[in-house]
Design a protein around this ligand. Structure first.
Ligand code: MTE
Ligand code: MO
Length: 424
């Protein structure tokens, strides 16, 4: 072991340089892929590619372990060289904390099924927080410390000037003397640092503030109800359990997900159909649909990417009651669910569809479901991950075969059960 360590530490200056480089490339890929994975814009464009990108993000994320561990093996030596340079020591600790934080929270998010929603929620919070704090610092670092900007004697990672014992070849240009020549360089450096810092604050600052607001649930930061673009008349009248909501109001905030443009509906372009292998087909318009007897439930909502919204008070039609109204025929095996976006579909087995808590929801916390969140009508599947929760639901078809839904076709598990679900 000692021998190996000595070998590893030999010429460690050069090694630090290459660790730093590999780490930089990994972080660059992870930052870009991570931002693409959360960005709604890319969700639509990537389609199936999103699942591959997610795997790439996971694999390269795990690969971060290599430079981190390799650095730790060299850390003692590096640390000695940083004696007296507290700023650089702080920088090293910051980066190590960032990388290990990303790694650990990333592993929890990757293993969300084992971890369960609570741990996944916490991990997503940490992963996001580190991103919004760490990314600007890293961008600042990489722009302001490119070699030509940095005073050579302030570099913490160099292959040169290693005292007795190691003998790396000096690389890079000769050091400029601390003469009058360096002076204009220094002011330019100062200017660029301020400019980059200000640029980052202006571009990433608002996103960070918005994210903090949502995470800490400041009221009004995610008021989708106020900007609901649906225009369906009349408004559904909430039941007493809905207003005020018996759940006490949802905790957490939805992230708006869609694979198409967000549709909006009015009385002229909205209807709801149940058809296929049924005794009696129905197509309701909005006026008829809001007259159907609704019920209220309180349930939690979990996305596979780690976020949850707890204690939602949903009001709508239990799916099994709609099935009973239509009369399901014996040959029917699968309930196929269509979104009014024209693209997204999913399915449930008949047994799943008959579970009491599967709801064709019309209201959330006493208000119509806004169009961004899938209104006027979305499915709610409390014991399954929310990709089953088809937004803008407008058709239910009973079919004899299987149907593989939108995300399942793109690699999501057919089995969407939550860890502690009562599976049927
Ligand atoms: N039509 C449609 N329904 C959908 C999706 C979608 O992209 N399109 N995304 C699903 C996923 S993965 C989740 S987590 C939830 C998100 O619901 P929200 O956008 O209201 O937060 O909707 C589900 N239903
Ligand atoms: Mo999701």
């Amino acid at each position: 072991m000692k021998n190996i360590l000595t070998k590893i530490r030999k010429g460690y200056g050069k090694k630090l340089v290459s660790i730093h480089m590999w780490n930089a490339w990994l972080v660059l890929f992870l930052a870009l892929s991570g931002l693409m994975l959360v960005g709604g814009f890319w969700r639509e464009i990537l389609g199936e590619g999103r699942v591959w990108l997610k795997w790439g993000h996971i694999v390269f994320g795990l690969a971060l372990l290599i430079p981190v561990v390799y650095y730790l093996l060299l850390a003692a030596k590096h640390w000695k060289r940083l004696k007296g340079k507290s700023g650089q020591k702080a920088n090293v600790i910051f980066v190590l904390t960032l990388l290990t934080g990303w790694l650990i929270s990333g592993v929890v998010l990757w293993q969300f099924r084992l971890a369960g929603p609570r741990a996944a929620n916490a991990a997503l919070f940490v992963h996001d927080l580190l991103t919004w704090v760490g990314l600007p610092v890293i961008i600042y670092h990489s722009i302001t410390r490119v070699k030509w900007l940095k005073e050579p004697n302030k570099r913490s990672i160099t292959a040169e000037t290693v005292p007795a014992g190691d003998s790396p070849a000096p690389i890079g240009r000769p050091r400029p003397a601390a003469s009058s020549e360096a002076q204009p360089m220094y002011t330019r450096r100062g200017f660029i640092k301020v400019a980059v810092g200000a640029g980052l604050a202006v571009t990433l600052g608002p996103t960070f503030v918005r994210w903090i607001g949502k995470s800490l649930q400041f009221p009004g930061t995610a008021d989708y109800a106020a900007s609901n673009a649906n225009a369906l008349i009349p408004d559904p009248v909430p039941l007493a359990e809905s207003a005020p909501p018996i759940g006490g109001g949802a905790e957490g905030s939805f992230r708006v997900y869609t694979v198409t443009d967000i549709p909006a509906f009015d009385n002229s372009n909205w209807s709801f159909t149940i058809d296929g292998l049924v005794d009696k087909k129905f197509t309701w318009n909005w006026e008829e649909f809001v007259k159907l007897q609704r019920e209220v439930q309180v349930s939690d909502f979990h996305c596979v990417t780690g976020w949850s919204v707890y204690k939602n008070t949903w009001e709508g039609l239990p799916l099994y009651k709609l099935l009973d109204m239509a009369g399901v025929q014996d040959e029917a095996v699968t309930v196929k669910l269509y979104s009014g976006d024209g693209v997204y579909t999913d399915s449930l087995t008949l047994a799943q569809a008959r579970m009491e808590d599967i709801m064709v929801a019309v209201m959330h916390d006493g208000k119509p479901i806004p169009n961004q969140l899938g209104g006027p009508v979305r499915l709610v599947t409390p014991q399954m991950y929310a990709y089953k929760s088809v937004k803008w639901l407008n058709r239910i078809e009973l079919i004899a075969g299987d149907h593989v839904g939108y995300w399942e076709q793109r690699g999501y598990d057919i089995d969407a059960w939550l860890p502690n679900a009562k599976r049927v």
